[in-house]
Design a protein around this ligand. Structure first.
Ligand code: NAP
Length: 607
């Protein structure tokens, strides 16, 4: 008689239900589920239902775990690192809980014994949206003394901004001030994140291992359950080569071309056979390549041979390939500028890195690319040193402009082609030009970056208010498509702005059709340069303040997407609306907005 097979852990029906449950869950949802199931297996008290913002309590909701990892993330990098750190620390034997900053119960801070914070800094030294509350709490007077706590902080940032990794720095200093002991030095990771993050994480995992050894009883209770479905076949490190199906101009000829051009384009790519899934609000990551002519320009400026092989960190490639695919040529960095100033023996250039050179440095970063520096301040570079000094290429994120339920295997983007001139020579933004150069049929390396904080209301009857000037309108095209196809009954209200009605009314026909079909309840337009004075979306918001406030009071969700400065101005306008129409003090209005944010009813996607 053949041996009977080992009983399957799940019946077919259970397996089917599990598939349904996990279908479309992202990493944090799967992590949450794994912790929940681990807790069930241990028969311990559990939260009965996932709190939406809790990313991943790996151990289930038990007594305080040995190690807490908190992340604040705007574009997903801090989240990705924190998830990896949680998995590695757990594999090292530690009992871990992983939380997004806005899900962290601040009253528990005083009971923590070991805490890792992974957090990015936005623009001019601001925290990511999901960490505003936690950063305020730790900075503020209500933060408790923390004599028992051991901690470590990994900051993420962009060194071309003066307040590089400011939030990581502030938290690191403040935790020490509150009496906590630093396990090891803070990491300040620049856009080439891994060069700082990898060694920092290795130390963090070592410290987690030591902690697990010191408290073996507790760590022995952990029953790690890995998320059941394998990781998606394609991600940031293994992008999918998506075929470009179509690309066309959205802004009409004759639109503004100065100072940086406003040639906005619509692109359609195919995700066929990728298995990639996206939700409205998510972004598409693109790994761009530099244009061959720019690479040749750099080679010529330095008199280097593009065919020579260069070895770096176990990779050997021709110099031309390093510069084309693997290194940033359109964004300067502080370390490269410092190295170049030294090679050029140019003290004035080096002085820009001093604190009082801050404004001039910001202008230089804004106006010049690597090739401009090489041409204006000649210096000798050998191929290997050049590759080592330049910043590694990083992917660019674009808010997705389509709903997958509507577009099927396609994914749509709204991209401003960045184009300007330096010394009479054309300069381009790396990724927007990579897209603009591509022709139909080309394949471009992409991945989906989930954005859990920018989601349509789960309740389809809720109203939504969307503020998206310029290319910031992209995710709202996806929102409206999704709400139309799912038959959501809540009202959709769009505030859109751009320079001119005639040339820059992006997706005009689609909005008109949506209005006609009832998929858009109203649209308010701010064409900034069609009259003598500027008119911006926040002016329209103030004009409509009474109705905006009324809809918020009825439970509407409010969304903003676009440039950082606009996001700040819209925030200020929204506070004014709440003060005026809610008859509240300025402080109450701040609390009102903070509550909306906590409830996931005020979401911003700005950078
Ligand atoms: P843009 O430069 O933002 O301009 C769009 C409109 O906004 C113009 O009419 C402009 O007027 C106006 N504007 C300028 N300053 C403003 C302010 N402080 N408040 C309100 N309106 C203001 O448009 P774009 O070229 O399409 O660029 C969009 C920006 O959004 C870029 O910075 C891009 O990186 C960002 N973006 C972010 C995301 C995201 O976070 N996911 C997605 C898409 C785009 P004037 O030019 O006449 O002053």
């Amino acid at each position: 008689m053949p041996a009977s097979p080992a009983p399957a852990p799940l019946t077919d029906q259970q397996a089917g239900l599990l598939n349904q449950l996990t279908d479309g869950l992202d990493g944090s949802g799967l992590w949450w589920l794994s912790g929940y199931a681990a807790g069930l297996a241990r028969g311990q008290a559990l939260v009965t239902r996932p709190a939406p913002a809790i990313a991943a309590p790996v151990t289930g909701a038990t007594a305080s775990p040995t190690l807490t990892i908190v992340y604040g993330s705007q574009t997903g990098n801090a989240k990705r690192l924190a998830e990896k750190l949680a998995a590695q620390s757990e594999a090292a034997g530690a009992s871990v809980r992983l939380l997004r900053a806005d899900a962290y119960p601040t009253r528990e801070l005083k009971d923590e014994r070991q805490l890792y914070i992974v957090i990015s800094t936005q623009g001019e030294g601001d925290p990511p949206d999901d960490a505003i509350g936690l950063v305020d709490f730790i900075r503020g007077r209500r933060a408790p003394k923390l004599p028992e706590l051991k901690f470590a902080v990994l900051g993420l940032g962009d060194s071309s901004y003066p307040q590089f990794c400011e939030i990581g720095r502030v938290l690191d200093a403040r935790l020490a001030e509150l009496g906590a002991s630093r396990l090891f030095e803070r990491g300040d990771a620049d856009l080439d994140i891994d060069s700082v993050a990898t060694p920092w994480m290795a130390r963090a995992v070592e410290a987690a291992k030591a902690l697990a050894k010191a408290s073996p009883a507790r760590s022995a209770t952990v029953t790690p359950l890995r998320p059941l479905p394998a990781a998606p076949a394609f991600d940031r490190d293994r992008p999918f080569d998506a075929e470009l199906l179509a690309g066309h101009a959205l802004s009409a000829p004759g639109g503004l071309r100065t100072p940086r051009g406003r040639d906005v384009r619509h692109f359609e790519l195919s995700l066929e056979d990728s298995g990639l899934h996206y939700e409205p609000g998510d972004a598409l990551g693109i790994w761009p390549r530099n244009p061959p002519a720019l690479v040749q320009g750099v080679l010529d400026a330095l008199g280097l041979d593009g065919d020579q092989a260069v070895d770096l960190a176990d990779e050997t490639r021709p110099l031309r390939e390093w510069l084309g695919d693997k290194r940033e040529l359109t964004r300067l960095s502080r370390p490269f500028l410092a190295a170049h100033a030294e090679r050029a023996g140019d003290a004035a250039l080096g002085a820009l890195l001093e604190p009082d050179g801050r404004d001039a440095l910001a202008r230089l970063f804004d106006e010049q690319q690597v090739i401009d520096l090489l041409q204006r301040h000649p210096a000798q570079w050998d191929a290997a040193s050049l590759v080592a000094a330049l910043r590694p290429m990083t992917p660019r994120l674009y808010s997705i402009a389509s709903s997958q339920k509507h577009a099927g295997d396609e994914i749509h983007l709204t991209v401003a082609h960045v184009e300007y001139a330096v010394d009479g020579q054309s300069r381009w933004g790396c990724a927007s030009n990579f897209l603009a150069r591509a022709t139909e049929g080309d394949r471009l390396p992409v991945y989906v970056e989930a954005n859990e904080r920018f989601r349509l209301p789960a309740d389809p009857t809720r109203d939504i208010i969307m503020v998206g000037p310029g290319t910031g309108v992209a995710p709202f095209r996806a929102f409206v498509q999704e709400r139309a196809i799912t038959g959501a009954s809540g009202r959709n209200w769009l505030f859109f702005g751009n320079p001119h009605f005639r040339t820059d009314f992006l997706y005009q026909l689609e909005w008109q059709r949506a209005l006609r079909d009832g998929h858009l309840d109203r649209i308010d337009l701010a064409f900034s340069r069609d009259q003598a004075h500027k008119v911006y979306v926040q002016h329209k918001l103030r004009d409509q303040g009474r109705e905006v406030y009324a809809r918020l009071e009825e439970g509407a969700h409010f969304y903003v997407c676009g440039a950082i400065g606009m996001g700040k101005d819209v925030h200020a306008a929204l506070l004014d609306v709440i003060v005026e129409h809610g008859a509240r003090s300025a402080e109450d209005a701040e609390d009102y907005l903070a509550r909306l944010q906590q409830q996931g009813r005020y979401a911003r996607d700005v950078y």
